[in-house]
Design a protein. Structure first.
Length: 325
């Protein structure tokens, strides 16, 4: 099991104690102050200020280890490593896989994707494989006197098919996170809608168990033309689902199923959806390209099987195939 490791210099300062138990607002991070005569040398801080400091530290550690990665990908690694703690899930009273849509939204609003973990963000294990992809695509194009969606990317996933098929009904988890930066447009009230506030959006989709590659590409193409379209039954097995995960500019979801089922789901697509780059034609933002980072991992937490080394032997680089629409 992965253990949360707090930075050694993050010392908790306890300012109040009631009947042997700390009040939530009495536990803070301790840091240096400006000091001097009549001033304290140490001070406490917490809430979003503390979270920002810890997240920045983790980003710096990842940059130090992987200096070639883009900011979008560092951000994806942090969010990808996050998990909900038992306390966030009611100490076993809540099953994250059985939440209804309202409860999933409420959980995301309260605690986001959970607590990030540097070890998970930095390393693969023999039974937990992580793949990283960095690329850029052109979301829109000018054609027939209007702006249309342009291209999407297909990734052929280097699954250890024989190993997964051999595991049969054993439970495995697939985790996908995609991160990108938008150009916001907050100036006018009519741009309060997400599709008008963001310059563009990116989404990911995974091929279905019985879906052909041609049928999958057709489904992706339709989703590009009709924002929000999703073929009935194509989203089974995901913890959050399209409606919950497709918010903002970083999207994460977890698929859980049998190893044999995952062995057949070997293609993931990244495609654009509309934004104000598409609607404000005079600005010609449809000529722009956008970058993204994607992190994909498979985990077999209760199985003693090596899925890391077979994949290392299969791939040299993890690159997309661009499909024009």
């Amino acid at each position: 099991a992965w253990n949360l490791q707090l930075p050694p210099e993050s010392v908790a300062a306890m300012e109040a104690q009631v009947k042997g138990r700390l009040e939530p607002d009495s536990l803070f991070l301790l840091s240096t102050a400006k000091g001097g005569i009549m001033n304290r040398w140490l001070t406490t801080f917490g809430d979003t200020s503390g979270a920002t400091a810890l997240a920045s530290r983790m980003a710096a550690q990842l940059y130090h280890r992987y200096p070639h990665l883009r900011p979008e990908t560092i951000r994806a690694l942090i969010v990808h490593s996050a998990e909900w703690t038992p306390q966030m899930l009611g100490n076993g009273l809540v099953n994250a896989n059985n939440l209804n849509e309202a409860d999933r939204i409420a959980l995301l609003k309260q605690v986001g994707y959970g607590v990030p973990n540097l070890n998970r963000a930095s390393n693969s294990a023999e039974n937990a494989l992580t793949l990283i992809a960095e690329s850029e695509l052109k979301p829109f194009k000018w054609e027939d006197s209007r702006v249309k969606t342009d291209e999407f990317h297909l990734y052929q996933l280097p699954w250890p098919t024989e190993i997964l098929s051999g595991l049969g009904a054993a439970t495995v988890r697939l985790k996908v996170t995609i991160s990108y930066f938008i150009e916001p447009n907050p100036g006018n009230k009519r741009y309060e809608e997400p599709s008008n506030y963001a310059s563009h959006g990116l989404r990911f989709k995974m091929i279905g168990r019985t879906e052909s590659p041609e049928g999958f590409m057709g489904r992706v193409s339709r989703a590009m033309q009709e924002d929000g379209y999703e073929k009935e039954g194509s989203e089974t097995g995901w913890q959050l689902g399209q409606k919950c995960r497709d918010k903002g500019s970083i999207h994460k979801d977890i698929w859980e199923g049998t190893a044999a089922d995952l062995a057949t789901r070997h293609i993931i697509a990244v495609h654009p959806v509309g934004g104000w780059w598409k609607t404000r034609k005079k600005l010609k933002r449809y000529e722009n390209t956008v970058r993204y980072g994607m992190v994909i991992s498979i985990e077999a937490p209760n199985i003693d099987v090596d899925i890391y080394n077979p994949v290392v032997q299969m791939i040299e680089t993890f690159v997309p195939v661009s499909i024009m629409t």
